[in-house]
Design a protein around this ligand. Structure first.
Ligand code: ZN
Length: 196
């Protein structure tokens, strides 16, 4: 056999292979188009399936949420350590930062601010407690360089008072600080933490 024959045979083999590949691709396309037209490829989930999916998602969210707090609370001592409902949540001067996180956990939220404002938030809770607050809070966070504690209360004046106070306390360390803007963001920081 000569080299030219070999080349010819290889060419034929490659051509047949390419044609075959193209045909099988085309076949797959036609098949899936047919399925789409029949509505079989992406069937709409039934109401029951959607409900189950939603439930599974919520369960996963709760699991992730609890794991976050389990890790945080491991080996720590605080007066609400064993509190399991908002009704039983203890508010007094013995509270520490973990109690604030516990309150967040029981409300299904996370504390979204740095630890420098912890005492401020605890004092706010004690003041709200005197007004008969049900311990419900939608959000505990930093916004525009201020503490925002969105509690279920009509005593907006108390919430506002603490927001104003936070504007002169460093969010990082709790020392006296200054409220300022940088790169379109607002912060309240002491001199030392101004750069963080
Ligand atoms: Zn500081």
């Amino acid at each position: 056999m000569e080299a030219q024959d070999l080349l010819g045979i290889s060419f034929i083999i490659i051509t047949v292979f390419l044609i075959f590949r193209w045909l099988s691709k085309r076949y797959q396309e036609i098949k899936s188009n047919r399925l789409i037209n029949k509505g079989l490829v992406y069937p709409r989930p039934s109401a029951e399936e959607m409900r189950q999916e939603q439930q599974a998602f919520q369960k996963q969210m709760i699991r992730t949420h609890n794991e976050y707090y389990e890790k945080m609370f491991a080996g720590k001592e605080f007066i609400n350590q064993n509190t399991s409902s908002l009704n039983d949540f203890i508010i007094n001067t013995e509270m520490n930062g973990y109690d604030l996180h516990k309150l967040a956990q029981l409300n299904g939220i996370k504390v979204e601010m740095a630890a420098g404002w912890t005492d401020l938030a605890l004092n706010l809770m004690m003041e709200l407690d005197k007004t008969g607050w049900n311990r419900e809070v939608a959000s505990i966070k930093e916004k525009f360089g201020e503490l925002r504690f969105y509690a279920a209360t009509d005593r907006e004046d108390i919430l506002d008072k603490y927001s104003k106070m936070s504007k002169s306390i460093c969010e990082i360390c709790g020392k006296p600080g200054e409220h300022f803007s940088e790169h379109a963001w607002d912060f309240t920081r002491c001199e030392q933490h101004r750069k963080t």
